[in-house]
Design a protein around this ligand. Sequence first.
Ligand code: FAD
Ligand code: MLT
Ligand code: ZN
Length: 476
Amino acid sequence: MSDFVSRLRSIVGDKGLITDEQGKHPFLTDWRENYLGRALAIVRPANTQEVSEVVKLCAAEGVAVVPQGGNTGMSGGATPQEDGREIVLSLTRMNRILDIDKVGYTMTVEAGVVLKTIQEAAADADRLFPLSLGAEGSCTIGGNLSTNAGGVQVLHYGNARQLVLGLEVVQPNGDIWNGLRALKKDNTGYDLRDLYLGAEGTLGIITRAVLKLSPKPRDNATSWSAVPSPQAAVELLSGAYAASEDNVTSCELMGRQGIDLVLQHIPGTTDPLAEKHDWYVLMEWSSTRPASVGDNAAGLRDKMEAYLGEAMEKGLVLDAVIAQTEAQSKALWALRENHTEASKQEGPSIKHDISVAVSKIPPFVPEGVAAMNKALPGCRPLVFGHVGDGNLHFNCQAPAGWTKPQFAPYIEPISSAIYDLVTAYGGSISAEHGIGRIKVEELAHYRSRTELDVMRQLKRALDPHNIMNPGKVIRV
Ligand code: FAD
Ligand code: MLT
Ligand code: ZN
């Protein structure tokens, strides 16, 4: 193997190779610290050609490759297996923005560019890249595309899949597929691009992408409303589409338990309302039409205030605040975006990243909470997320003070109860975080035989020697 490592070194140089145990460690465990793998080396190529040569060498030697971006994934997809026979291929040195086409509303980037850098570059060019999620300061666009990430603006702009026009992908045999086309329309045979989006690195390595930009909003409004129930939340959203003139860009639901954890663990956060309530909705409206122009003198903030006032009269809203400044808006968003971090600090939890039809959220929530409590009396349901997409993080926080080993026996019964319920509701067991390693058995259980057969056939056809992130998503 020392010969293999020296051949890797001859491709990527000293700068592109990490072989010492201390240096490797951050690449060998996932954000949630559920897995700790081993690897022959961490390989950090500087460009697509080097990725291709590394993969060709690995294919020839039968060494499996685990692609990794910012390593913020929730499903263990970027962590190598424990046998130490794989390499981790980190894209983080490939972090250049290659082109911004303002007229065509596109940006071409390398896979290792951090999402926030892309958002900022788009804003500097007076454009918007709308993908937005709590990990945006460290996740990479390659990881976002490979997990088909969602986040907080999906209801208006779509998932990562809807935000990309073209890809460049290194195949499991090392060949480079150049599909970097900035085309909105292209019906030339099977859509290869869509295969790699959401494939979690099991079919190839995304090395570059052409992203779709949007016009930058000129007016926006953020509100924080206490609502009596999830039913009120979906009704509030339903009416908001028309009241905002179709400008709802985010709608997030949170239960009180999550707010308490954020206030407890995240310094600088404060409760915006005087009294405690069971449920909250964070809503953002934004528009490319500036306030105070022509007949739009009221602007979104005034329209939102009028709408929330009506909603209060109908009993859909119990109390509310509207941010008056950007700093206030950021403070409201901090309460939402810090749920994941606060939950991690509190102790062990199970994540159920589920979706059902939006109109099914109201009956699903109490049934799901009851199912969790039945499986483990005293557990703490932590329900929050992208209600406008029907996607809730129906998480379960272990009872206070519990350790991971203490909680472990309850994971399977709690998750089965939730996933059986989701399936009965016609929903999905993984709305945005993907399957990775953590849900391989669940995918096999909840997807139909036909779907699994087609997925397996695809995997075998594109990666016949199973070297691309083996053991993730689907077993072959
Ligand atoms: P990694 O974790 O490095 O990898 C994820 C998967 O993609 C792995 O299977 C890996 O092998 C593969 N991969 C990575 N790069 C490539 C590549 N270039 N080519 C091929 N395969 C590759 N996710 C959401 O969808 N919505 C959210 O709202 C959200 N909020 C989050 C909040 C927090 C605080 C955190 C920590 C995570 C959150 N996530 C969310 C999960 C995570 O941030 C996303 O899944 C993100 O897209 C992962 O990007 P990454 O670069 O960190 O990928
Ligand atoms: C989020 O939306 O904040 C994350 O996807 C949720 C989670 O960590 O469960
Ligand atoms: Zn989410």
